[in-house]
Design a protein around this ligand. Structure first.
Ligand code: MN
Length: 201
C-alpha cells in the first residue's frame, strides 16, 4: 500500500507566471516530485519500513537506507517549497518574522542579499534555507535533498523558507542562469506561510 502521496499544488501550474513558467512547474511537480514519492513508497515497501511520519523519518534519517534519505527528503522538501510560493507574493515579511529577520541580519535587504548569494553559489544540486536553529535565524544550504530536520544536517532546526536550486527548477527557462531564477522567486514568496512556520518553530 502506498503510504505517501503527491500533494496537489495550492495553485495552478501557470499561476506563478511569469516568474516561474507553467512547463517547469508541471514537469517539476508531475515528474520530479512524483518520482520521489513513488520511489520512497517502493523503498519503504521493499525494506518493510513502517514510519510514523515524514518528520520523524527525517529526524532519524541516518538509520535509513540512502535511497530513503534522498527520496524522503525530496518529498518533504518539495512539499514545503510549493507551499512557500504563491501567486502575487507580498514581497516582504511582516510581524514577528520581519522583526526576527531584522534582528538577525540587520535588515530585510541584507537578509535578501545573503540568502540570494547562498542560493546562487550553492555548488551542484541542493536547497537553500532560512532555518530557526536554537532560537536564531540562520541561512544554510544542503546538498541533494537533505534538509535541516535531518539528524545528519550541519545546521539543524525548523525550516522557515526554502528555495530549490536544482537545475530542474529553472533550466528550461533560464538554462545556466540560476541568478535569474532566484531573483524571480523572491516575487513569489508566501510570507504568511513562512511566518506560520516561524511561529510554530
Ligand atoms: Mn526540485
Amino acid at each position: 500500500m502506498a503510504k505517501y502521496e503527491l500533494p496537489a499544488l495550492p495553485y495552478r501550474y501557470d499561476a506563478l507566471e511569469p516568474h516561474v513558467d507553467k512547463l517547469t512547474m508541471e514537469i517539476h511537480h508531475t515528474k520530479h516530485h512524483n518520482a520521489y514519492v513513488t520511489n520512497l513508497n517502493k523503498l519503504l515497501d521493499e525494506n518493510k519500513i513502517e514510519t510514523a511520519s515524514l518528520e520523524e523519518m527525517m529526524a532519524t534519517i541516518s538509520k535509513y537506507p540512502v535511497g530513503v534519505r534522498n527520496n524522503g527528503g525530496g518529498h518533504y522538501n518539495h512539499s514545503l517549497f510549493w507551499k512557500l510560493m504563491k501567486q502575487n507574493g507580498t514581497g516582504v515579511p511582516s510581524g514577528e518574522l520581519a522583526a526576527a529577520i531584522n534582528a538577525s541580519f540587520g535588515s530585510f535587504d541584507e537578509f535578501k542579499k545573503l540568502f540570494t548569494a547562498a542560493a546562487v553559489t550553492k555548488f551542484g544540486s541542493g536547497w537553500t534555507w532560512l532555518v530557526l536553529s536554537s532560537g536564531k535565524l540562520v541561512i544554510s544550504s544542503t546538498s541533494n535533498h537533505d534538509n535541516p530536520l535531518m539528524d545528519i544536517a550541519e545546521v539543524k532546526g525548523t525550516p522557515v523558507l526554502v528555495i530549490d536550486v536544482w537545475e530542474h527548477a529553472y533550466y528550461l527557462k533560464h538554462q545556466n542562469r540560476r541568478n535569474e531564477f532566484v531573483e524571480n522567486w523572491w516575487s513569489l514568496v508566501n510570507w504568511d506561510e513562512a511566518a506560520a512556520l516561524y511561529s510554530k518553530g
